[in-house]
Every structure is written in structure tokens, then in C-alpha cells.
Design a protein around this ligand. Structure first.
Ligand SMILES: Nc1ncnc2c1ncn2[C@@H]1O[C@H](COP(=O)(O)OP(=O)(O)OP(=O)(O)O)[C@@H](O)[C@H]1O
Ligand SMILES: [Mg+2]
Length: 269
């Protein structure tokens, strides 16, 4: 799509981008809620779960919470599940540990990981945190085995908090009988809802400010339309907001109307 909307509105960068810098994140009550539970679970060496619909801001809230852990004190392993198998999970952790993988054996990989974690915590005095994003993709076998990874039988001082984020189906998976040993270590849950109208208003203004615009380009009707069209979900709101700016610029209108949002909505899913 054309970039002329940026010139028209005098935007210093692409509006509502897919990736946002940690320092540019809007600290909403939802983000604060995730951080509070994240910190609590890390402090106790337990687990927490963050759920929310697609594009509700889970990964962003997680990145924000993790960024506040001091790297001199914490080693964070950030894994994104894709195939969802236990072998993939172990491989990714081993890669994050910077170890050359010498085996495909599940038992051996687990033992390597546990030894390294023990070395971090007891040897280097650095606390470890495992974050698994897209955890709703994990297969049931992973939930059944995860507790054995975080449990250090002979050493109660060693702990390995696990933070899971994913779509709401993650909760169903954690309720299975085989997941209970791991689920019993969960001490807090956050569910990210879509933003309400006031939240959406602040969110749109925040993103405009990131582009160097202090005036509100969105009419009240357009904010209502973006809120309704996105269900308060941020990725969809981003696409509607950017698309409606483009539609307004095409008509040389300095204010975005509900009709511009309607035009934008015809381009997206
Ligand atoms: N607090 C925030 N401040 C500013 N922008 C945000 C914030 N939270 C999310 N966003 C933006 O909204 C979009 C969706 O966020 P994010 O990718 O974190 O959602 P998600 O719930 O992890 O999505 P998915 O379900 O696809 O993994 C991103 O473009 C992100 O930059
Ligand atoms: Mg995500």
C-alpha cells in the first residue's frame, strides 16, 4: 500500500507497526496485571499462565515483564512453540543454552538441561526463567512431562519458573488429568480481554504519538468503529487504524471518519 498517507499526516514512521520497541509499549492495566503475576511466579519459583485471543497483546506484555528482569540476576529462556512436541521444546532450550546438541534422546536432553540449570542457579548464582509463548500449541505429552523438568528432587533450593502464554485453549489442556502435576505449580493466571472504549482511545492516541502526532486524527465515531470492528483486540485495531488513515489520506481528509474505518475493514480479516 502507498506510503503517501505518512506524508499527508506528517507521520515520522509507519503507523501501528507489527513490532513495537519495549520502551514504546503502552503500559495498560492489563500489561501491569501480567507483570504483577509474572513477578510473583518468578519470585516463588512457580508458574503462571497468560491467555488471550489472537492479537490481544500476550507476547508484548510478556516481553515487557521479562525486560524488567535484570540480566545480571536472571537468565531468561524465551521459546516459541511451533510443532508443539517435547523434542522441539528440549532442542530449543538446549539451543538457548548455547550447547551443541549431541543427542536426540529425550532423557539425555532433559538431563543436559537440568544440569545446566543447576549450574546457572547454584554455580553462577543466576536465576533462570523459562517462557513458552504459543504454549496452546504444545502437545499433551509436554504438559505431562514439564513438571519433571522444573523439579530438582535432591535440591529444593533450585527452581525453574515457567511462564506459559497462549490462546484460551491452553487452559483446557492444563485441566487434563495428565497435566495436573505441572498445573499444580501454577500460582497465578492472567486473561487478556480486548480493550474497552476508553482503553482503545488511549491506545490509538499512544500510537499516533509514537509517530510524532499529538493531535487526535480519529473522530469519536471512527474510534467506536475501530473498537467494535476489532473487539478491542490490538492487532486488528492496528490494521483498522492504519487502513483508515490511508483511506482518509486518499480523500485528503485530515480527520478519520467511521466510513474510512469501513473501507479499511473491507481489506482485512
Ligand atoms: N501494550 C501495548 N502497547 C502498544 N502496542 C501493543 C501493546 N500490546 C500489543 N501491542 C501491539 O498489538 C499487536 C498484537 O500484540 P501481540 O503480538 O503481543 O499479541 P498476541 O496476543 O501475542 O498475538 P498472537 O495471539 O498472534 O500471538 C502487536 O503489533 C503489538 O505491537
Ligand atoms: Mg503472541
Amino acid at each position: 500500500m502507498s506510503n503517501t498517507y505518512r506524508t499527508f499526516f506528517g507521520l515520522s514512521q509507519e503507523a501501528f507497526p507489527a513490532h513495537i520497541d519495549i520502551n514504546d509499549i503502552l503500559i495498560t492495566p492489563e500489561v501491569q496485571g501480567v507483570k504483577k503475576r509474572f513477578d510473583y511466579a518468578v519470585r516463588l519459583g512457580c508458574s503462571t499462565v497468560i491467555t488471550g485471543d489472537v492479537g490481544s497483546g500476550k507476547s508484548t506484555a510478556l516481553r515487557y515483564a521479562a525486560s524488567k528482569l535484570h540480566s545480571s540476576e536472571y537468565k531468561v529462556f524465551y521459546i516459541t512453540a511451533s510443532s508443539g512436541s517435547i523434542l522441539e521444546l528440549y532442542r530449543q532450550i538446549i539451543e538457548e543454552l548455547g550447547i551443541e546438541r549431541s543427542s536426540n534422546s529425550r532423557a539425555l536432553m532433559m538431563s543436559i538441561i537440568k544440569n545446566e540449570i543447576r549450574e546457572f542457579v547454584l554455580g553462577k548464582k543466576i536465576k533462570t526463567v523459562l517462557i513458552i509463548d504459543e504454549a496452546s500449541l504444545l502437545r499433551m505429552e509436554v504438559f505431562a512431562e514439564l513438571h519433571t523438568l522444573v523439579q530438582f528432587e535432591k535440591d529444593s533450593k533450585t527452581w525453574f519458573p515457567v511462564i506459559l502464554a497462549g490462546q484460551p485453549t491452553l487452559v483446557d489442556k492444563l485441566q487434563y488429568r495428565t497435566s495436573i502435576p505441572f498445573a499444580s505449580r501454577i500460582v497465578a493466571k492472567s486473561h487478556l480481554e480486548g480493550l474497552d472504549m476508553d482503553g482503545m482511545k488511549s491506545y490509538l492516541a499512544h500510537h499516533l504519538k509514537l509517530c510524532g502526532v499529538d493531535t487526535n486524527l480519529f473522530s469519536d465515531q471512527s474510534i467506536t468503529a475501530i473498537h467494535q470492528g476489532s473487539g478491542g483486540l490490538l492487532r486488528k485495531a492496528n490494521n483498522l487504524a492504519r487502513g483508515s488513515l490511508i483511506a482518509a489520506a486518499a480523500e485528503q481528509s485530515m480527520t478519520v471518519s467511521a466510513e474510512h474505518v469501513r473501507i479499511a475493514s473491507s481489506e482485512i480479516f
